[in-house]
Design a protein around this ligand. Structure first.
Ligand SMILES: *Cc1c(COP(=O)(O)O)cnc(C)c1O
Length: 411
């Protein structure tokens, strides 16, 4: 269940505490074991141990390297999954949990999701070929990058794709209307796969522990900069910290959509209109997971400002950083990672002698033409992706909820 019936957000009753021996001895653990330690308290006995091991093993079946960029700054690369963005982790975990829970169920489940680009691809990849589950992805025509479009449309099988003549907000409205339509819910079991689902949120803690495992100076915990949009990723990091992960400071790195930086400065929450930026997966002005972050701090009696600093980074700063870092170190950042890099640099200028890392949330090839314009060089396609370069089949429709509902009902 993505959202409780009162339309609030699910939140853990109790934050588990990881054993100090686990954190001290983390270099002895395989990444599957770390994932299991972190997630088991949340799963309880809802999924038997042998099944859960299988689920987490498949979830983290790719590398999560911490790569040095400059002398003081590293990056945690989260783009080695099948759709080249960190959302693969949450989507893979969620799809496998759902497959487990529906295994002995005769009713098919339909996962219906609107996407602005990265979510749809990760969800399709996560659910493709999973028995008992149909996937329907709704995306705005002409508003996703060519690589994203290929990742959305080339699955076939149990993945159907609807291309809407409208924008992301239209897609979201159509999906919401379909969920609210009784005839639809009578005919099929619908579920969403958006990022407020706990099965996507909780497993995102894993890779913060993988970074800690690779962090060399254990006496000086890192400053961690998280490129943020809906704040699920940062919220997972804060949860990991509440369970015992050593962290010096979190930086919430935002683009021009600066609701949270302003909130941390003034204490008043005033979302402005969303503006389009180079880091489009972060173009969010009313982040859903902020509620969870505030709840976490309320429960712990901690001040958010003591733990999190937030900056808003312009497109100019982002482009300049991509170019400069590429020229001086040969490391190529994508626009989202670059926002994280800039925010970490800004923090280091105010508070000196701090080492840290930023999350590289997507591979630069996903935003290839933007990055190419900045550096003047073509971005190499990773070998895995080479065959995924053309668009597949879609069902086209106008931005009318009735059309999507009709399609779902087969009328
Ligand atoms: C979704 C996304 C983000 C934002 O993550 P949140 O958890 O929504 O804050 C950042 N970068 C990329 C590439 C994304 O796809």
């Amino acid at each position: 269940m993505g959202q409780p019936s009162d339309r609030g957000l699910f939140f853990p009753e109790k934050i588990p505490q990881l054993a100090p021996t686990f954190l001290r001895g983390i270099h002895h653990y395989a990444k599957e074991q770390i994932a299991l330690e972190v997630i088991r308290p949340y799963v309880g006995d809802a999924i038997p141990a042998n099944e859960l091991i299988q689920i987490v093993t498949e979830t983290v079946a790719f590398p999560f390297p911490l790569v040095p960029v400059t002398q003081s700054i590293s990056t945690l690369e989260l783009f080695h999954g099948p759709t080249l963005a960190f959302k693969d982790v949450g989507a893979r975990f969620m799809s496998r949990c759902l497959a487990y829970f529906t295994r002995n169920n005769n009713n098919k489940i339909t996962v219906l999701v609107a996407t602005s680009g990265d979510t749809g691809g990760a969800v399709a990849a996560g659910f493709h070929g999973v028995e008992g589950i149909d996937v329907m992805i709704v995306y705005p025509s002409g508003k996703v990058s060519p690589v994203q479009e290929a990742q959305l449309t080339t699955w076939g099988g149990n993945v159907r794709v609807v291309e809407v003549d409208g924008d992301f907000d239209d897609c979201q409205r159509m999906v919401k209307d379909a969920f609210a339509t009784k005839e639809v819910s009578k005919k099929m079991t619908l579920t969403s796969a958006n990022s407020i689902n706990v099965a996507r949120w909780l497993p995102q803690q894993f890779y913060y522990f993988y970074a800690w495992q690779q962090w060399s100076n254990k006496t000086k915990p890192p400053v961690i900069s998280v490129p943020s949009g809906n704040f699920g990723n940062l919220c997972a990091g804060l949860l990991a910290r509440a369970s015992g992960l050593p962290v010096k400071k979190f930086i919430a790195a935002c683009n021009a959509n600066d609701t949270v930086p302003r909130f941390l400065q003034t204490g008043s929450l005033q979302p402005a209109a969303t503006v389009a930026t180079l880091s489009n997966a972060m173009d969010v002005s009313a982040p859903s997971n902020l509620t969870r972050i505030l709840q976490l701090f309320r429960e712990r009696g901690e001040s958010l400002n003591d733990v999190v600093t937030s900056y808003s980074i312009t497109d100019d700063e982002t482009s300049r950083a991509i170019k400069e870092v590429c020229e001086s170190t040969r490391y190529l950042m994508d626009p989202h990672g670059a926002v994280g890099y800039c925010a970490l640099e800004r923090y280091r200028q105010t508070v000196s002698a701090n080492e840290g890392y930023f999350l590289e949330t997507a591979h630069p090839v996903k935003f290839g033409s933007a990055v190419e314009k900045i550096t003047g060089k073509a971005v190499d396609m990773p070998p895995l992706m080479k065959e995924l370069s053309s668009k597949g089949e879609t069902v086209k429709m106008a931005a009318a909820s009735q059309d999507l509902i009709g399609y779902l009902l087969g009328t």
